[in-house]
Design a protein around this ligand. Structure first.
Ligand code: DND
Ligand code: ATP
Length: 273
Protein backbone atom coordinates (compact mmCIF):
# COMPACT_ATOMS: atom_id res chain seq x y z
CA UNK A 1 0.00 0.00 0.00
CA UNK A 2 1.50 3.37 -0.94
CA UNK A 3 1.92 6.33 1.42
CA UNK A 4 -1.04 8.24 -0.02
CA UNK A 5 -3.41 5.34 0.49
CA UNK A 6 -2.14 4.76 4.02
CA UNK A 7 -2.62 8.47 4.79
CA UNK A 8 -6.19 8.37 3.49
CA UNK A 9 -7.04 5.15 5.37
CA UNK A 10 -5.77 6.67 8.63
CA UNK A 11 -7.71 9.88 8.03
CA UNK A 12 -10.91 7.97 7.29
CA UNK A 13 -10.46 5.73 10.34
CA UNK A 14 -10.07 8.78 12.58
CA UNK A 15 -13.15 10.47 11.10
CA UNK A 16 -15.13 7.25 11.57
CA UNK A 17 -14.00 6.87 15.18
CA UNK A 18 -14.98 10.44 16.03
CA UNK A 19 -18.32 10.17 14.27
CA UNK A 20 -19.12 7.41 16.79
CA UNK A 21 -18.51 9.95 19.57
CA UNK A 22 -20.75 12.57 17.85
CA UNK A 23 -17.85 14.52 16.34
CA UNK A 24 -16.07 16.14 19.28
CA UNK A 25 -13.10 18.47 18.79
CA UNK A 26 -9.69 16.91 19.34
CA UNK A 27 -6.58 18.00 21.23
CA UNK A 28 -3.00 16.99 20.37
CA UNK A 29 0.30 17.60 22.17
CA UNK A 30 2.50 19.32 19.59
CA UNK A 31 6.16 18.55 20.24
CA UNK A 32 7.60 19.85 16.98
CA UNK A 33 8.46 16.23 16.16
CA UNK A 34 7.29 14.02 13.33
CA UNK A 35 4.55 11.94 14.95
CA UNK A 36 2.50 14.78 16.41
CA UNK A 37 2.94 16.80 13.20
CA UNK A 38 1.55 14.00 11.04
CA UNK A 39 -1.33 13.33 13.46
CA UNK A 40 -2.22 17.05 13.47
CA UNK A 41 -2.18 17.21 9.64
CA UNK A 42 -4.30 14.10 9.43
CA UNK A 43 -6.78 15.43 12.02
CA UNK A 44 -7.18 18.66 10.06
CA UNK A 45 -7.86 16.65 6.90
CA UNK A 46 -10.38 14.47 8.77
CA UNK A 47 -12.22 17.19 10.72
CA UNK A 48 -11.28 20.64 9.49
CA UNK A 49 -8.89 23.06 11.20
CA UNK A 50 -11.45 24.61 13.56
CA UNK A 51 -11.99 21.26 15.33
CA UNK A 52 -8.29 20.63 16.06
CA UNK A 53 -6.45 22.13 19.06
CA UNK A 54 -2.69 21.92 19.63
CA UNK A 55 -0.86 22.26 22.93
CA UNK A 56 2.86 22.98 23.14
CA UNK A 57 4.29 21.73 26.45
CA UNK A 58 8.00 22.47 26.56
CA UNK A 59 9.88 20.87 29.42
CA UNK A 60 13.40 20.95 30.83
CA UNK A 61 14.93 19.20 27.78
CA UNK A 62 12.88 20.75 24.97
CA UNK A 63 14.94 22.44 22.31
CA UNK A 64 14.16 25.90 20.93
CA UNK A 65 13.76 24.44 17.43
CA UNK A 66 11.06 22.02 18.63
CA UNK A 67 8.97 24.85 20.03
CA UNK A 68 9.50 26.90 16.84
CA UNK A 69 8.56 23.94 14.63
CA UNK A 70 5.42 23.24 16.65
CA UNK A 71 4.24 26.87 16.35
CA UNK A 72 5.05 26.87 12.64
CA UNK A 73 3.07 23.65 12.12
CA UNK A 74 0.05 25.13 13.94
CA UNK A 75 0.31 28.30 11.86
CA UNK A 76 0.50 26.38 8.56
CA UNK A 77 -2.42 24.13 9.51
CA UNK A 78 -4.44 27.11 10.74
CA UNK A 79 -5.27 25.43 14.04
CA UNK A 80 -5.79 26.94 17.47
CA UNK A 81 -2.73 26.36 19.68
CA UNK A 82 -1.57 27.31 23.16
CA UNK A 83 1.54 26.77 25.25
CA UNK A 84 1.49 25.16 28.71
CA UNK A 85 5.07 24.56 29.91
CA UNK A 86 5.58 21.51 32.13
CA UNK A 87 8.87 22.65 33.63
CA UNK A 88 7.30 23.91 36.88
CA UNK A 89 4.85 20.99 37.41
CA UNK A 90 7.71 18.57 36.74
CA UNK A 91 9.89 20.40 39.27
CA UNK A 92 7.04 20.29 41.80
CA UNK A 93 6.73 16.50 41.39
CA UNK A 94 10.49 16.09 41.84
CA UNK A 95 10.35 18.13 45.04
CA UNK A 96 7.30 16.27 46.36
CA UNK A 97 8.82 12.85 45.62
CA UNK A 98 12.32 13.41 46.96
CA UNK A 99 11.52 12.69 50.64
CA UNK A 100 9.77 9.43 49.70
CA UNK A 101 12.68 8.35 47.50
CA UNK A 102 15.41 9.66 49.79
CA UNK A 103 17.10 10.90 46.59
CA UNK A 104 16.24 13.02 43.56
CA UNK A 105 14.01 11.46 40.91
CA UNK A 106 16.31 10.42 38.07
CA UNK A 107 16.77 8.21 35.00
CA UNK A 108 13.72 6.61 33.38
CA UNK A 109 11.47 7.52 36.31
CA UNK A 110 12.27 11.18 35.73
CA UNK A 111 11.80 10.88 31.93
CA UNK A 112 8.42 9.23 32.38
CA UNK A 113 7.31 11.86 34.92
CA UNK A 114 7.66 14.50 32.16
CA UNK A 115 5.53 12.50 29.72
CA UNK A 116 2.91 12.05 32.47
CA UNK A 117 2.88 15.79 33.28
CA UNK A 118 1.99 16.35 29.61
CA UNK A 119 -0.87 13.90 29.80
CA UNK A 120 -2.26 15.67 32.91
CA UNK A 121 -2.34 18.90 30.87
CA UNK A 122 -4.04 17.26 27.87
CA UNK A 123 -6.63 15.48 30.01
CA UNK A 124 -7.38 18.69 31.96
CA UNK A 125 -8.13 20.43 28.65
CA UNK A 126 -10.14 17.41 27.53
CA UNK A 127 -12.27 17.52 30.71
CA UNK A 128 -12.68 21.29 30.72
CA UNK A 129 -13.43 21.76 27.02
CA UNK A 130 -14.94 18.43 25.98
CA UNK A 131 -12.07 17.74 23.59
CA UNK A 132 -10.87 14.20 22.89
CA UNK A 133 -7.13 13.51 23.24
CA UNK A 134 -5.46 11.99 20.18
CA UNK A 135 -2.59 9.61 20.76
CA UNK A 136 0.45 10.12 18.51
CA UNK A 137 2.20 6.76 18.96
CA UNK A 138 3.40 4.61 16.06
CA UNK A 139 3.89 0.86 15.76
CA UNK A 140 7.71 0.92 15.96
CA UNK A 141 7.50 2.63 19.37
CA UNK A 142 4.68 0.36 20.53
CA UNK A 143 6.62 -2.80 19.67
CA UNK A 144 9.76 -1.49 21.39
CA UNK A 145 7.83 -0.27 24.47
CA UNK A 146 9.40 3.09 23.72
CA UNK A 147 6.66 5.17 25.30
CA UNK A 148 5.45 6.02 28.79
CA UNK A 149 2.63 3.97 30.26
CA UNK A 150 -0.17 6.41 31.30
CA UNK A 151 1.85 9.20 29.65
CA UNK A 152 2.11 9.42 25.88
CA UNK A 153 0.39 6.00 25.58
CA UNK A 154 -2.89 7.64 26.66
CA UNK A 155 -5.53 9.07 24.33
CA UNK A 156 -8.80 7.91 22.78
CA UNK A 157 -7.51 6.88 19.36
CA UNK A 158 -4.10 6.49 17.71
CA UNK A 159 -4.43 7.52 14.04
CA UNK A 160 -0.88 6.36 13.16
CA UNK A 161 -0.73 3.53 15.70
CA UNK A 162 -0.67 0.90 12.95
CA UNK A 163 2.21 2.51 11.04
CA UNK A 164 5.93 2.02 11.45
CA UNK A 165 8.11 5.10 11.94
CA UNK A 166 9.69 4.93 8.47
CA UNK A 167 6.17 5.06 7.05
CA UNK A 168 5.26 8.04 9.22
CA UNK A 169 8.13 9.84 7.45
CA UNK A 170 6.72 8.69 4.08
CA UNK A 171 3.24 9.98 4.98
CA UNK A 172 4.65 13.37 5.97
CA UNK A 173 6.56 13.64 2.70
CA UNK A 174 3.48 12.55 0.74
CA UNK A 175 1.21 15.11 2.49
CA UNK A 176 3.72 17.91 1.85
CA UNK A 177 4.10 16.90 -1.81
CA UNK A 178 0.30 16.90 -2.20
CA UNK A 179 0.13 20.45 -0.88
CA UNK A 180 2.96 21.62 -3.17
CA UNK A 181 1.26 20.03 -6.19
CA UNK A 182 -1.87 22.10 -5.39
CA UNK A 183 0.18 25.29 -5.00
CA UNK A 184 -0.32 25.29 -1.20
CA UNK A 185 2.27 25.67 1.56
CA UNK A 186 3.36 22.18 2.72
CA UNK A 187 1.86 21.75 6.21
CA UNK A 188 4.83 20.04 7.86
CA UNK A 189 7.91 22.27 8.30
CA UNK A 190 10.97 20.88 6.46
CA UNK A 191 13.05 20.66 9.66
CA UNK A 192 10.54 18.21 11.20
CA UNK A 193 11.46 15.82 8.40
CA UNK A 194 15.21 16.23 8.65
CA UNK A 195 15.96 16.33 12.39
CA UNK A 196 16.63 13.02 14.17
CA UNK A 197 13.57 11.82 16.13
CA UNK A 198 13.97 12.53 19.84
CA UNK A 199 11.79 12.10 22.91
CA UNK A 200 13.57 15.16 24.46
CA UNK A 201 13.12 13.69 27.94
CA UNK A 202 16.83 13.83 28.81
CA UNK A 203 19.87 15.71 27.53
CA UNK A 204 20.95 15.00 23.93
CA UNK A 205 18.50 12.10 23.58
CA UNK A 206 17.89 10.50 20.20
CA UNK A 207 15.42 7.65 19.59
CA UNK A 208 17.89 5.66 17.52
CA UNK A 209 20.64 5.96 20.17
CA UNK A 210 18.22 4.92 22.91
CA UNK A 211 16.88 1.99 20.88
CA UNK A 212 20.38 0.97 19.73
CA UNK A 213 19.29 0.51 16.12
CA UNK A 214 18.22 2.72 13.20
CA UNK A 215 14.49 2.94 12.42
CA UNK A 216 15.31 1.75 8.90
CA UNK A 217 16.70 -1.57 10.14
CA UNK A 218 14.32 -1.90 13.05
CA UNK A 219 11.22 -1.46 10.87
CA UNK A 220 12.45 -3.93 8.26
CA UNK A 221 12.94 -6.51 10.96
CA UNK A 222 9.66 -5.84 12.79
CA UNK A 223 7.55 -5.76 9.63
CA UNK A 224 9.01 -9.05 8.44
CA UNK A 225 8.57 -10.77 11.79
CA UNK A 226 5.33 -9.28 13.14
CA UNK A 227 3.39 -8.43 9.98
CA UNK A 228 4.62 -11.09 7.56
CA UNK A 229 5.34 -13.93 9.94
CA UNK A 230 8.95 -14.49 8.76
CA UNK A 231 11.50 -16.21 10.97
CA UNK A 232 14.05 -14.14 12.89
CA UNK A 233 17.06 -15.58 11.02
CA UNK A 234 15.69 -14.73 7.58
CA UNK A 235 14.42 -11.33 8.76
CA UNK A 236 17.72 -10.40 10.46
CA UNK A 237 19.68 -10.91 7.23
CA UNK A 238 17.23 -8.78 5.24
CA UNK A 239 17.46 -6.02 7.87
CA UNK A 240 21.28 -6.14 7.99
CA UNK A 241 21.31 -7.15 11.67
CA UNK A 242 23.09 -9.99 13.40
CA UNK A 243 20.80 -12.85 14.42
CA UNK A 244 21.58 -12.17 18.09
CA UNK A 245 20.67 -8.50 17.79
CA UNK A 246 17.48 -9.33 15.89
CA UNK A 247 16.52 -11.93 18.48
CA UNK A 248 17.12 -9.39 21.26
CA UNK A 249 14.83 -6.85 19.53
CA UNK A 250 12.07 -9.41 18.91
CA UNK A 251 12.24 -10.56 22.54
CA UNK A 252 12.07 -6.92 23.63
CA UNK A 253 8.92 -6.48 21.53
CA UNK A 254 7.36 -9.58 23.11
CA UNK A 255 8.18 -8.31 26.62
CA UNK A 256 6.18 -5.11 26.04
CA UNK A 257 2.90 -6.81 25.14
CA UNK A 258 1.49 -5.56 28.46
CA UNK A 259 2.01 -1.94 27.41
CA UNK A 260 0.40 -2.48 24.00
CA UNK A 261 -2.62 -4.05 25.70
CA UNK A 262 -3.20 -0.73 27.46
CA UNK A 263 -2.85 1.45 24.37
CA UNK A 264 -5.71 3.08 22.45
CA UNK A 265 -7.34 1.60 19.34
CA UNK A 266 -5.79 2.38 15.96
CA UNK A 267 -6.64 1.77 12.28
CA UNK A 268 -6.39 -1.94 11.72
CA UNK A 269 -6.07 -1.91 7.92
CA UNK A 270 -3.73 -4.58 6.55
CA UNK A 271 -1.02 -2.01 5.80
CA UNK A 272 1.85 -4.50 5.41
CA UNK A 273 0.49 -7.65 3.78
N1 DND B 1 2.98 -6.86 33.10
C1 DND B 1 2.78 -5.57 33.44
N2 DND B 1 1.52 -5.06 33.45
C2 DND B 1 1.32 -3.76 33.76
N3 DND B 1 2.30 -2.89 34.07
C3 DND B 1 3.54 -3.38 34.08
C4 DND B 1 3.84 -4.72 33.75
N4 DND B 1 5.18 -4.89 33.82
C5 DND B 1 5.69 -3.69 34.16
N5 DND B 1 4.70 -2.77 34.33
C6 DND B 1 4.81 -1.35 34.68
O1 DND B 1 5.42 -0.67 33.62
C7 DND B 1 6.31 0.32 34.16
C8 DND B 1 7.38 0.60 33.11
O2 DND B 1 6.81 1.19 31.96
P1 DND B 1 6.91 2.75 31.76
O3 DND B 1 6.47 3.46 32.98
O4 DND B 1 6.19 3.09 30.51
O5 DND B 1 8.48 3.04 31.59
P2 DND B 1 9.68 2.31 30.81
O6 DND B 1 9.17 1.33 29.82
O7 DND B 1 10.65 1.83 31.81
O8 DND B 1 10.35 3.54 30.06
C9 DND B 1 9.73 4.25 28.99
C10 DND B 1 10.74 4.51 27.88
O9 DND B 1 10.07 5.15 26.80
C11 DND B 1 10.77 6.32 26.43
N6 DND B 1 9.80 7.32 25.96
C12 DND B 1 8.82 7.75 26.80
C13 DND B 1 7.92 8.70 26.35
C14 DND B 1 8.02 9.20 25.08
C15 DND B 1 9.02 8.73 24.25
C16 DND B 1 9.14 9.30 22.89
O10 DND B 1 9.66 8.68 21.99
O11 DND B 1 8.69 10.48 22.77
C17 DND B 1 9.90 7.76 24.69
C18 DND B 1 11.46 6.78 27.68
O12 DND B 1 12.54 7.63 27.36
C19 DND B 1 11.85 5.45 28.29
O13 DND B 1 13.04 5.00 27.70
C20 DND B 1 6.83 -0.33 35.43
O14 DND B 1 7.21 0.67 36.37
C21 DND B 1 5.64 -1.14 35.91
O15 DND B 1 4.87 -0.33 36.77
N1 ATP C 1 7.25 19.47 24.16
C1 ATP C 1 6.10 18.85 23.89
N2 ATP C 1 4.97 19.59 23.71
C2 ATP C 1 3.79 18.99 23.42
N3 ATP C 1 3.65 17.67 23.31
C3 ATP C 1 4.72 16.89 23.48
C4 ATP C 1 6.00 17.43 23.77
N4 ATP C 1 6.88 16.41 23.85
C5 ATP C 1 6.18 15.28 23.63
N5 ATP C 1 4.89 15.57 23.41
C6 ATP C 1 3.80 14.62 23.10
O1 ATP C 1 4.27 13.30 23.34
C7 ATP C 1 4.28 12.55 22.10
C8 ATP C 1 5.41 11.56 22.09
O2 ATP C 1 6.60 12.16 21.74
P1 ATP C 1 7.45 11.58 20.50
O3 ATP C 1 8.81 12.15 20.65
O4 ATP C 1 7.29 10.11 20.42
O5 ATP C 1 6.72 12.14 19.22
P2 ATP C 1 7.10 13.37 18.28
O6 ATP C 1 7.94 14.32 19.07
O7 ATP C 1 5.82 13.88 17.72
O8 ATP C 1 7.93 12.73 17.13
P3 ATP C 1 9.49 12.31 17.11
O9 ATP C 1 9.54 10.98 17.83
O10 ATP C 1 9.78 12.17 15.65
O11 ATP C 1 10.30 13.36 17.78
C9 ATP C 1 4.37 13.65 21.03
O12 ATP C 1 3.94 13.19 19.76
C10 ATP C 1 3.48 14.72 21.61
O13 ATP C 1 2.10 14.45 21.42
Amino acid sequence: MDAGLKYERCTQALARFLRGLHDPDVVIGLSGGLDSSVVAALAVDALGATCVHGVLMPGPFSSDHSVEDAWELARRLGIDACQVPITEPHKAFRTALEPALGAPLEGLADENAQARCRMVVLMALSNARGWIVLNTGNRSEALMGYSTLYGDTAGAFAPIGGLYKTDVFALARWRNAQASACGEVPPIPARVLTKPPSAELSANQSDEDSLGVSYERLDRLLIDVFERGRGVEEASAAAGLSVDHARFLVERAQSFAFKRALEPPYPSDPFYV
